[in-house]
Each structure stands twice: as structure tokens, then as C-alpha cells.
Design a protein around this ligand. Structure first.
Ligand code: SAH
Length: 474
């Protein structure tokens, strides 16, 4: 099994820094099912290629599986695992390039953060559903896809094509994204899964795919294939992805596998929680009569999009610490096509909420929607001071998950999103609001968003903090 990654970014040998593997060396990495080798067939100024070679030991693989699967058939030993890129390659890739996949590169931090010209080739890839599926999965992620079916036997063309394709992906993509996409999508394309999955698979999927999967038009297909026919896990994953992106609703209905009905339960057909949260925040802002609003930790800009559609709001700002989220927001809002007047109404900037910044000040209302739980608890006091002490908007609308409600998410282990540092129950959130309210002079009102459970409350908690005294510059 072979996968190559090439770049023409100059100097192309920077690929070695990004992958954390030196171009001059051949390195081996033991896997539980065989050996992964990384080497560079070419490493020049203009083009550099890293190859990941995976040698699978079918006997070891079968032994490893034997413990957890009831299948003792010969197929365990005689199969295509040694020859065809598969979910095993996805696993090896994630292991061997784990630092690169997390986007960390001390030597070339800027390069690790941005899209570079990449070409990825997998000479033999099992592709359930044929070449068309490869196009569907990779093209929405910005790749040009070459997927050529491989003949069953070159000497007998009348036998037709095999179920394998030669895959070539080209595009300007961030390397860490490319690796996480391959990690998720190789097993999705593959015919057979090689291991049983536990409930933490949902977390793994969200960690790998959180950013791009939520917005992928074939999200349902990917999630279901990745998690197998375990309907419960798939539902949890889809519900949580819906939290990350607004446009979930019924996108699974026209799914290729035609089995979306068993995935989307009535709960998912209701207005997604994400959309309910937007509605609630907009309603609060309308009641407050806010004419200028800053969305702190705006993410990919879904709320900004809606704020800009409210006629009574004259000025809208969005800030986030993540440059990538801001790029997504700019794309969503079509900043490049705005008239001067539209552009004059919007401010989009990078900033960290734990550092005082004059650009946060001067708004009627600030929104902190699903942001506080992403901040490390020791840094939360800094955020409180920056927002309520220094920026001092007329009101702050805060939303955050209600941890008590988590028991109602079937199969959820841990928190709702892998990046959450904590999730508060209702008493903890109320106590936090009271404390910051009294420290900084804000009145507190608490609400719930989403259908409330009589015991566990609403899925989302919402607080309105209203400044008590007016400051001189108001
Ligand atoms: N408000 C958006 C995004 C929520 S996800 C929504 O509800 O859809 C949390 C966002 O907070 C992420 O985009 C993350 O980049 C941002 N964030 C986390 N810590 C931050 C900090 N210290 N400063 C600024 N933004 C931060």
C-alpha cells in the first residue's frame, strides 16, 4: 500500500518540516498490523514528494482481530488488505503524521497554517460506489479529483473494471486538513472496516472532521459509512455536527446509500439546536434594541450573516482567534463582493478574548455564543476582565451547553465537542453569571434554549447581562 504527498511550494523541501520527517532519511514505524515506512523519492527545491509505504502482515492483522471479532473465516488471511490502500492506511497516516495532522510546526508555523499546492496519489484504492464517490467526497473540500478505475485484468478488458481506483488529488489545501480528510475518508471509501468501534469513535470523528465535515454536503454519507451501520452512534454524530453547522436538517434524504431514513430520526428533523440558538440570540438583541453588535468568537460567521440581515442593526463586528474561521466567515458573507456601504457596516478581525483590545469596545451588545466553554478555566478571569471590565458593552448575551442535558444524547461520552474545556450545569452557570455580574456591575437574566426536559432542563443555557450604570463614553 502506497500513498504519496507532493508539493511544489518553494522551497519544496519545507514539506519535511511540515511532516516532521527529514527528507534525507528513511524511517520505519511499527504498527499493530504491520510496518509503515516514510521516505522521499524526490526532495528538490521545486518539487518534493513524501511516500508512506505500508506493509501489512495479514497473520498479525488476523490475530489482532481474532480477539474482538467472531469471524474466523479464511477471508481474514486471504484478502486485499496487504495490497490496497484502506482504512489501515488511514490509521497509519494518522499515527505517523500525528503532529502534522494537528497543524503544529514550530519551524514553519505560517506554512502549517496556510494552503499550499499539494498532490496526493494513491495508486490502488478500494472505492465502494466507484470513482464517482471519490469525486463527491473530495471535490467539496477543494480538491481536483482524478479517479481512474483499474481494470480487473489488463489482459482481459472484457472483464471490466475492478472495484479499485487510482486516486490523484490536486489542490491548494492546508497540509493538516489534507491529512485529517484522508484519515476520515479512506475508511469511508473502503469496502470493509477492519476494527470494531466504540462510543469514543464519535469523538474521534468530530476531532478529525469537525472543521470541514460539518459543512460537507455529503456529511450524512460520510458519518454513516465511517461509523458503520451503528445507527445510534451515527445519530449522535449527526446531531453534534448539526451543532457545528446550521444547514443540517434533511440533507441525508437524497443520500446515495438510500438508507438515510434509518439515520435521521424525528429529533433531527426539528429545527436544529444551532438555529434555535441563533433565533434566541437575535430575539434578545431585538428586545435590547441593540443597534451595534459584536460577535465575540464568531467562528465561521453564521450569526454575523443573520445579524447583517437585521435592518435595525447598523454596525456588526465579528472577531475570532482563529484565522481560518475568519476566512470561512469572509467567504460566507461574500466580503469580496460587498458594496462600500455594506462593507462599512461590517468589521471582521482577529483577536483573542483574553487580551484587552480597544476594538472590542463601543458596542451596544456583545455576543459570546458557545465560546466560554472553549477557554481554559485559568484564562476565564482574563476573558471576564476583557469583556465586562474593559470593553463594557451595554449588554452581553452568553450561551453555553447545559451539562445536565448530556445524558439525553444517546451514546455521548464526555463533552459535546472535543475542544470544550468544561461544560457547566445550570447551578454552575448561574453562579458564574451572578459572580461576574456583581463584580462588573451587570444585572443577570437566565434563559434556556431548545426543547426543555422536565428533569435536565434545556440543551443550551443563555444569560443576558445588562450593564447597570452607564459609562461616560457611552
Ligand atoms: N460563536 C460561534 C462559534 C462557537 S465555537 C457559534 O456559536 O457558532 C467557539 C469559537 O470561539 C471558535 O471559533 C474559537 O476559535 C473561538 N475562541 C475560542 N477561544 C477564543 C479566544 N480566547 N479568543 C477568541 N476566540 C476564541
Amino acid at each position: 500500500m502506497l500513498l504519496t504527498i507532493s508539493t511544489t511550494h518553494r522551497p519544496a523541501t519545507d514539506l519535511g518540516y511540515l511532516l516532521h520527517k527529514h527528507p534525507d532519511r528513511v524511517q520505519e514505524f511499527a504498527q499493530s498490523f504491520g510496518t509503515a515506512t516514510v521516505l522521499y523519492p524526490e526532495a528538490g527545491e521545486e518539487r518534493c514528494t513524501a511516500a508512506l509505504l505500508l506493509e501489512v502482515d495479514p497473520v498479525r492483522l488476523a490475530r489482532r482481530l481474532g480477539r474482538s471479532t467472531p469471524d474466523f473465516s479464511l477471508a481474514q488471511y486471504v484478502n486485499d488488505r496487504s495490497y490496497a490502500a484502506s482504512s489501515l492506511l488511514g490509521v497509519a497516516l494518522a499515527d505517523v503524521f500525528s503532529t502534522a495532522r494537528s497543524g503544529i510546526c514550530k519551524a514553519r508555523p505560517e506554512l502549517a497554517d496556510r494552503a499550499i499546492p499539494l498532490e496526493i496519489e494513491i495508486p490502488v484504492l478500494p472505492c465502494r460506489g466507484g470513482a464517482e464517490i471519490a469525486h463527491r467526497l473530495f471535490e467539496p473540500l477543494g480538491w481536483r479529483v482524478g479517479a481512474t478505475a483499474i481494470a480487473l485484468d489488463e489482459r482481459f478488458p472484457e472483464w471490466g473494471d475492478s472495484r479499485y481506483v487510482r486516486l490523484v488529488l490536486t489542490g491548494d489545501v492546508r497540509l493538516a486538513d489534507a491529512l485529517s480528510q484522508l484519515h476520515v475518508l479512506l475508511p469511508v471509501l473502503d469496502e470493509s472496516k477492519h476494527y470494531w468501534q466504540g462510543p469514543d469513535e464519535v469523538d474521534k470523528l468530530l476531532r478529525s472532521g469537525g472543521d470541514w465535515l460539518a459543512a460537507h454536503p455529503d456529511r450524512t454519507l460520510i458519518t454513516r459509512r465511517y461509523l458503520g451501520r451503528r445507527g445510534g452512534l451515527t445519530r449522535v454524530a449527526l446531531a453534534r455536527l448539526a451543532e457545528l453547522d446550521e444547514q443540517v436538517t434533511t440533507d441525508g434524504v437524497a443520500d446515495a446509500d438510500g438508507a438515510a431514513e434509518d439515520v435521521l430520526q424525528p429529533a433531527e428533523r426539528r429545527l436544529p439546536l444551532n438555529a434555535q440558538r441563533h433565533d434566541a440570540v437575535l430575539q434578545v438583541l431585538a428586545e435590547l434594541g441593540a443597534r451595534s453588535v459584536i460577535d465575540l468568537g464568531c467562528g465561521p460567521g453564521q450569526l454575523l450573516d443573520r445579524l447583517l440581515k437585521v435592518a435595525g442593526i447598523e454596525r456588526v463586528a465579528g472577531c475570532d482567534v482563529s484565522a481560518r474561521s475568519l476566512q470561512q466567515a469572509a467567504r460566507r458573507l461574500h466580503v469580496d463582493r460587498m458594496t462600500e456601504r455594506q462593507a462599512g457596516r461590517l468589521e471582521l478581525f482577529q483577536g483573542a478574548l483574553t487580551y484587552e483590545d480597544p476594538r472590542f469596545a463601543g458596542y451596544d451588545a456583545a455576543v459570546l455564543m458557545e465560546v466560554v466553554e472553549h477557554v481554559d478555566p485559568p484564562r476565564l478571569a482574563a476573558l471576564e476582565q476583557v469583556v465586562l471590565g474593559a470593553a463594557r458593552p451595554g449588554a452581553v448575551v452568553v450561551t453555553t451547553p447545559n451539562r445536565e442535558y448530556n445524558v439525553l444524547y444517546e451514546g455521548l461520552v464526555g463533552m459535546r465537542h472535543p475542544d470544550h474545556r468544561f461544560e457547566w450545569d445550570r447551578a454552575e452557570f448561574a453562579a458564574w453569571c451572578e459572580r461576574v455580574g456583581s463584580t462588573y456591575g451587570y444585572a443577570v437574566e437566565l434563559w434556556g434554549v431548545g426543547e426543555a426536559d422536565s428533569t435536565h432542563g434545556s440543551p443550551t443555557q443563555l444569560a443576558i447581562l445588562t450593564r447597570k450604570e452607564t459609562t461616560t463614553d457611552d
